[in-house]
Design a protein around this ligand. Structure first.
Ligand SMILES: [Zn+2]
Length: 317
């Protein structure tokens, strides 16, 4: 097939439209069509990922692309886009790296091989990423123009890029093992917890939030939590709580589902306006930590016409 008349951006937007991701076979096809490596493909996808950004305060649009650990027969992996989100009136935000990781995790990936970012990740994201790599190598890829001397260069003409292992960017790291935790963040996909609502329900959205809670990652507090949206077009989305050994780079379930919704509905406010959020359900297991207050705050700055629907699970033994 002759692809010369189709631009890279057109081809990608056809594929990523409703999920912000590319299957392993789509990645393989694009690499073949445009004669590039998957790493070069990830770098080329960064501006497309950044287009989903909602950064009204800083206007600093960041894109990230995660390469999932699962491979097809030819060794290609699914790729997941992510972008940053800032909230009006709140000193809380989502970084693109967290968005892309959450996107991959929600799709069933239990680990990642590498992540491409518009520029070297900030300290917050290095700590967040450490929660899902442990001692396994995790490669950070960035465009050549943003490389520092901590990065090595992969020379490949116009498809050159810079790369470094996470541990080279985060020496003497503090992580899960320091708190006696051996399960890494995305491995919760391999070990679904059994949670039961205090009042069972046949409401689809409540059960979607419950399922997200059962797959969430909260090894330090046991505050297993999931959040789900129903949007104006009728689609339902969910996001999971991802706790961090250092706590502050934790990802709230509300922010996770908001990111997933933006990536699925389209980047611009024409595609998805926060007013399109019609219902929000939070399900969590009772513990010393609760997501209720932070979820209420985040929802109120996004769409103050929607009331949070809150449900707890039965306390575990
Ligand atoms: Zn960051």
């Amino acid at each position: 097939m002759n692809h010369t008349s189709i631009t890279f951006e057109q081809k990608v937007s056809e594929i990523t439209g409703s999920s912000g991701s590319l299957s392993a076979n789509d990645s393989e096809q694009l690499c073949t069509d445009f004669n590039i490596s998957i790493e070069a493909l990830m770098i080329r996808l960064l501006p497309i990922a950044a287009a989903y950004s909602r950064a009204a305060i800083s206007n600093f649009k960041v894109g990230a692309v995660v390469c999932g650990a699962l491979e097809n027969e030819k060794g290609y992996s699914s790729l997941y886009l992510g972008s940053n989100i800032e909230y009006d009136n709140l000193s809380s935000s989502l970084h693109a790296e967290q968005s892309a990781v959450s996107n991959a995790w929600l799709d069933g990936q239990s680990g990642i091989k590498s992540i491409a970012v518009s520029a070297a990740p900030c300290g917050h994201c290095r700590q967040f990423l450490y929660e899902l790599s442990g001692t396994k190598p995790l490669f950070i890829l960035i465009p050549l123009a943003t490389a520092t001397d901590l990065f090595k260069i992969k020379e490949d003409g116009e498809n050159s890029y810079a790369f470094a292992e996470l541990t080279a960017l985060l020496p003497a790291a503090f992580g899960p093992l320091d708190l006696g935790c051996t399960e890494l963040m995305m491995e919760s996909n391999l070990d679904q917890k059994e949670l039961v609502l205090t009042k069972s329900s046949d409401d689809k959205l409540i059960n979607l939030a419950l399922e997200a809670a059962t797959l969430s990652y909260a090894p330090y507090s046991s505050n297993f939590a999931g959040c789900a949206f129903e949007v104006a077009s009728g689609e339902l989305y969910s996001g999971r709580y991802a706790e961090n050994a250092a706590f502050n780079p934790s990802l709230s379930p509300f922010t996770a589902v908001l990111s997933k919704t933006i990536l699925s509905q389209g980047g611009s406010e024409r595609d998805f306006d926060y007013k399109d959020i019609k219902r929000v359900v939070l399900v969590e297991s009772p513990s010393q930590v609760t997501q209720k207050q932070v979820t209420t705050n985040l929802l109120s700055v996004c769409n103050d016409r929607v009331q949070l629907e809150y449900h707890q699970t039965v306390a575990s033994h």
